[in-house]
Design a protein around this ligand. Structure first.
Ligand SMILES: *Cc1c(COP(=O)(O)O)cnc(C)c1O
Length: 395
């Protein structure tokens, strides 16, 4: 049998490659940071989700090491059988406190959190109204649920309203959106979404994966930015981006919702608990967030500086409200050529083109971090300027 399928798979792989969509891994031999080592070359990293620069933070590394001694390496169980340690409960409490919610539930990833949130809560007689640009894990989670599906164009509030009108036929309604959309860096208009939810009697769910730690004056996410703390029914997020970058996800929000997920959410019931060292580092991370907004302030300053200097240099920058900065080039080949030349200059960024972004909207995505020093940003801007001049993108 494998002989037959092998030919089929080889053909598929060749198609991916000829479409220029084959994904290669860059092997990093240093910790994740602003300065990384790739093979034997040093590079400045502008494509990690390490927004607060915590991926290799000494306090988190120390907390993880200490937990190895006090709580061991793994728990070899799902949460409800014998996989809940005091650290898991403490981390869940810290997540609720951070977001101003009633309770929280840990998962192995946010992919799992989104995969396990819809099906236990909603059935055939209900409706999910989803932003067209929502993350793949939300799309998959919705597929696992029997609720009626409605979709609106990215952040388009008149389309959302139309869909909400149609969804009045259903029993319960849930509007679901990413907090920050990963290609443009735009923030979901949660204030307007919340008003429509009130008007049309719907609940709201926000995935704060790219926004937590980043958006809002103290990095509490889109619900802080739009002054909706404590009002959003469901928030999901990851420990794999701003929050230390190791592994883990969560759902947080209304008490009864979290309670029911604890009873029925399949990725929670049937998948292992996160390792104690990850939980301990997570607790330490939220303690740091309680203590100071230093990293958030530095990130906001870095992003504003980068955008302004790039605009001054003549680049076409998408307006951003996050740490995701899109340098618009509009041409697919140009985005790839430019990213390759930047890599030669020791600047790691990613070029995106159709079908990842709409046709004619090719770009380079730059992700800013609190771990970037001004000299890193200046080197990046200088490299962009040099390469763009060589390619006649700017004069
Ligand atoms: C990264 C991301 C996820 C996945 O998070 P993991 O914890 O890595 O599984 C889910 N949703 C959104 C919006 C994301 O950006």
């Amino acid at each position: 049998m494998y002989k037959d399928i092998r030919a089929f798979l080889q053909h598929e792989l060749a198609e991916i490659e000829s479409a220029g969509l084959y994904k290669n891994e860059r092997v990093i031999t240093s910790p994740q940071s602003a300065e990384i080592t790739v093979g034997d070359k040093k590079a400045l990293n502008f494509c990690a989700n390490n927004y607060l620069g915590l991926s290799n933070h000494p306090e988190l590394v120390a907390a993880a090491k200490a937990a190895l001694d006090t709580h061991g390496y793994g728990v070899s169980s799902v949460r409800f059988i014998c996989g809940t340690q005091d650290l898991h409960k403490q981390l869940e409490a810290a997540i609720s406190k951070f977001f101003g919610t009633e309770d929280a539930l840990l998962y192995a990833s946010c992919f799992d959190a989104n995969g396990g949130v819809f099906e236990p809560l909603l059935g055939e007689e209900d409706a999910i109204i989803s932003d067209a640009l929502n993350h793949a894990s939300i799309i998959d989670g919705v597929r696992l649920c029997k609720a009626q599906r409605y979709r609106y164009a990215n952040a388009d509030m008149s389309e959302l309203e139309e869909q909400l009108k149609k969804a009045q036929a259903q029993r319960f309604r849930l509007i679901v959106t990413d907090g920050v959309f990963s290609m443009d860096g735009n923030v979901a208009p949660l204030d307007k979404i919340y008003c429509l939810a009130e008007k049309y009697n719907a609940m709201v769910m926000v995935d704060e994966s790219h926004s937590a730690g980043v958006v809002g004056k103290t990095g509490r996410g889109v619900s802080e930015l739009h002054q909706l703390r404590g009002k959003i029914e469901i928030i999901t997020g990851t420990l794999g981006k701003s929050f230390g970058g190791a592994i883990g996800g969560f759902t947080t929000g209304k008490k009864e919702i979290i309670d029911l997920l604890r009873q029925r959410s399949r990725p929670y019931l049937f998948s292992n608990s996160i390792p104690p060292m990850v939980a301990a580092a997570g607790i330490k991370m939220f303690q740091m967030m309680d203590r100071t907004n230093e990293l958030q302030d530095k990130l906001h300053g870095n992003t504003a500086y980068f955008i302004q200097k790039m605009k001054d240099a003549g680049f076409d920058m998408k307006p951003t409200e996050s740490a995701i900065c899109a340098v618009m080039l509009y041409d697919a080949k140009l985005s790839q050529d430019m990213a390759a030349l930047l890599q030669k200059e020791g600047i790691y960024v990613t070029g995106f083109y159709y079908p990842v972004v709409p046709k004619g909207q090719a770009r380079i995505r730059v992700q800013i971090s609190a771990s970037h020093e001004k000299e890193h940003l200046d080197k990046c801007i200088a490299a962009f300027t040099k390469v763009a001049k060589a390619l006649n993108v700017i004069n």
